[in-house]
Design a protein around this ligand. Sequence first.
Ligand SMILES: [Zn+2]
Length: 402
Amino acid sequence: MINRRQWLYGVGAIAGAAAQPGGVPPPNAKQPEQAHPYPLNLSDFVPTSMLQVGQTRVERARFPVIDFHTHITTSANSQSGVALNSERKFLGTAEELLPVMDRKNVRAMVNLTGGYDQGLGETIAQYDRAFVGRFYSFTEPCYERWKEPTYPRVQAEAVEQAYRQGARGLKILKTLGLYLRENITSGELVKIDDPRFDPMWDACGQLNLPVAIHVSDPLAFFTPTDRFNERYEELNHHPDWSFYGRDFPSNAELLAARNRVIARHPRTQFVVLHVGNFAENLANVAENLDRFPNMSVDIAARIGELGRQPRTARRFFETYQDRILFGTDATPHGDQFPQQVFNDQLYEIYYRFLETEDEYFDYAPAKIPPQGRWRIYGINLPETILRKVYSENAARQLKVAS
Ligand SMILES: [Zn+2]
């Protein structure tokens, strides 16, 4: 309790000083510290939570896991967000990944960005074929041939070739919708539902290859990077992630185009990554899952979103338990994105979120929450749902035993 004199002093020092003539202190006057809150840079603000609640360390997942969303390889040559040839960069060796996988009970990693042609062949040789059952690689569209008049057929054939090489699905990065342009890196943006891709989507359906599709991004990336933006620090670190202004379509336009693709290709399975890329609005994701029986979602890099709405998230998992896949977006040595850096801690956070009722913990292994300054709550899923989310739903998409 403060007494009346202290209260008066506080009010006078902070609010009243400027209003009273003669009450303004000289610029360098020393004042008692508590009376002068000083400005603090947001980046210097690293508060320690004083909350004292139970903490559970989940070192291993309760059941074997298929991580449906990882990036072990990536394009070695891209410009303005578009891969320009098939060459791959290898981000981590199988020998360095396997011990972490074994410790964390990760049975297999799906390497979504496996590329195409020779790059895909090398990827499959180094991971999928060298360690059977531990790695599954997906192919990606060959945008370098986009301008060829026969692209629709060429791309459908490329998917068939990738299938023969051993690819387990097709991955679409947000390149489609946000980076790929009519002249590849210049001109008008190409729309997600451009009919020139129709043969590619159909080829996936015919070959029974799932399409893992990333469309759009967090809603905050489509609003100004200013003091009202809940992902201000993230966008400040990665200004190229902002899709506000210029000729970018809105989040709603991107999702609508994606939905037209899913509707037009009912025989093709779409795993819409990052919780359908609208984890901020699970009602919207649920509506689309209800509309499209050929749609599933993964949870990669979105436990920050799911965990800050634990009751809504838990209901979402209960309702769509057969269509939610475990994924992390794990990237070996991806230290500049703590929410997806491949390490023990990252997996432990996901397991803690899914398996415990712990409260108010970090969603990423980082001092400052990298996607926004909030913390998350566990949803304590029952074992039947855990088994489905950890591996059974992914095994069905990959056509492997669960
Ligand atoms: Zn990803």
